[in-house]
Write a protein that binds this ligand. Structure first.
Ligand code: NAD
Length: 474
């Protein structure tokens, strides 16, 4: 089966504990047990993170980078075994699991080398006076990562913290723990000093309400839903802790009349089916200029219907199962509500079988603004395709929701691109492609989609504080 035994990792040591079952979403079988940390485990992790920080912040940036790069190299060597475990626990097709791991390595490597360039500056002052600004690691970090990207989401947080000189306690997903475990194992094997990185699982609410207020923790980073993000951000605020909040989205896609509707539809099928749509940057609301609408909608529906749905371990599978039964319930609720309000089902629309959480890529057209799916993040394989008169209407509709994480547009007009760049309310806009974030660019939201950035120099600076030293010479 190749599914690893899941353990806690605290102060450089692996710990076993009793916990809850891990379910394979393709057949609902039990893969193993995820250990739940006790309060004593969390106290040990806090103590370890404080000690680890004292060591790591005083380790030369070049030495830190060497250790982090060694971990990334080990992960690349182990990518095949790691991807198999991630497909078993999360459902995504093997090639997507492998790509996630390689992309996670890109992020770790970029951050590791950028961590050697966290430069300060010297600010001009009067004679006999010097101001120097230092970027110092903020301190031990409490990180909470979700189930949809079991490796790359924790990798972003671990790489950001470690490359900036911080220590970290990672509370990864209990539903998909192997991605995080294998990531942490690579850092252990690469020789990371004890306590710099710690891994716990358990009851998420109990762990966050214990770690966030702890005086040892100096920064919170969370990826997950808007309601939980707001809850954690307010807890962080009560304890005056800065936070990075990567929350949900409801990706608008604006297809202008000058873009090729058939090519854009083919790209949309691939983008929407990635990880079965369980992606915060998934394209969801398609606003297509009237002249192209029917051609686009038909090509999208045909492409969606051709996708091979199945167990992610089968190399021919293009769309794996959804990760948990909550996503099936959400798809059924959103699709039946939209259909009842007059939306046309162009593809999909029904659960496949009743063992394993399979749901096809579903394309709905003519979905009214009042439909639940037009307002609630579907977080699944659901595309909503609607016609718009012009760019003004498309931008107004794109901006109508409280979300603002990733947006997409297809156009060959420089004027349209300029307007979209200015006027779409979003943290990330991709024009003529569907890649929302890369290792070297800042990624994050506006409005309810959160704040703080991961990736790029902006991402690393979230893990540091600017300290000014003002020195008067006698
Ligand atoms: P959820 O809101 O219960 O949980 C979302 C995440 O937060 C999970 O990883 C969970 O373990 C964690 N969590 C829950 N309560 C917590 C707490 N008190 N403290 C710390 N962590 C906590 O929903 P879910 O069913 O797991 O996921 C559904 C929704 O979550 C989706 O519809 C989507 O909007 C959102 N989500 C977003 C992302 C993302 O990448 N932004 C990832 C996963 C889930």
């Amino acid at each position: 089966m190749n599914y690893p035994e899941i353990e806690l990792y605290i102060g450089g040591h692996w710990r076993r504990a009793s916990g809850s079952p891990i379910i394979n979403p393709a057949d609902e079988s039990v893969l193993g047990t995820v250990p739940h940390a006790t309060k004593a485990d969390l106290d040990d992790a806090l103590d370890a993170a404080a000690k680890g920080f004292a060591v790591w912040r005083n380790t030369a940036p070049s030495t830190r980078a060497q250790i982090i790069l060694r971990a990334a190299a080990l992960i690349r060597e182990r990518a095949n075994d790691m991807s198999r475990a991630m497909t078993l626990e999360q459902g995504k097709p093997l090639d997507q699991a492998r790509l996630e791991i390689l992309r996670g390595c890109d992020i770790i490597e970029w951050d590791a080398t950028e961590g050697m360039r966290l430069y300060g500056r010297v600010i001009p002052a009067g004679p006999g006076l010097q101001h120097t600004v230092h970027r110092q690691p903020i301190g031990p970090v409490a990180a909470f990562s979700p189930w949809n990207f079991p490796m790359s989401s924790p990798a972003r947080k671990v790489a950001g913290a470690l490359s900036s000189g911080c220590s970290i306690i990672l509370k990864a997903s209990e539903e998909t723990p192997a991605g995080a475990l294998q990531l942490v194992r690579a850092f252990h094997d690469a020789g990371l000093p004890a306590g710099v990185l710690n891994l716990v699982f358990g009851n998420p609410a109990e762990i966050s309400s214990y770690l966030v207020p702890s005086p040892a923790i100096r920064l919170i980073t969370f990826t997950g839903s808007v309601p939980i993000g707001k809850h954690l951000a307010s807890m962080a605020g009560q304890h005056m802790k800065p936070a990075i909040m990567e929350l949900g989205g409801h990706g608008p896609v604006i297809v202008c009349g000058d873009a090729d509707p058939v090519t854009t539809a083919a790209l949309s099928v691939t983008a929407k089916s990635r990880n079965a749509g369980q992606v915060c940057v998934a394209p969801t609301r398609f606003f297509v200029q009237e002249s192209s609408f029917e051609t686009f909608a038909q090509a999208f529906a045909e492409g969606a219907s051709r996708l091979k749905v199945g167990n992610g371990l089968d190399p021919s599978t293009q769309l794996g199962p959804l990760a948990n039964p909550r996503r099936i319930e959400a798809m059924e609720r959103l699709v039946s509500d939209a259909a009842a309000r007059g939306a046309r089902v162009l593809a999909g629309g029904q659960r496949i079988g009743n063992r394993g959480y399979f749901y096809p890529l579903t394309v709905l057209a003519g979905v009214p603004d009042s439909a639940l799916a037009m307002n609630e993040e579907p977080f699944g394989p659901l595309a909503l395709v609607n016609p718009v008169r012009d760019l003004d209407e498309a931008i107004a509709k794109a901006n109508a929701l409280p979300f603002g994480l990733a947006a997409y547009a297809f156009t060959n007009s420089a004027d349209n691109a300029q307007r979209l760049s200015n006027d779409v309310e979003t943290g990330n806009l991709s024009i003529n492609h569907f890649v929302a974030s890369t290792a070297e660019t800042p990624f994050g939201g506006v409005k309810d989609s959160g704040y703080g950035r991961e990736g790029g120099t902006e991402g690393l600076s979230c893990y540091t504080v600017a300290r000014n030293v003002s020195h008067k010479f006698n």
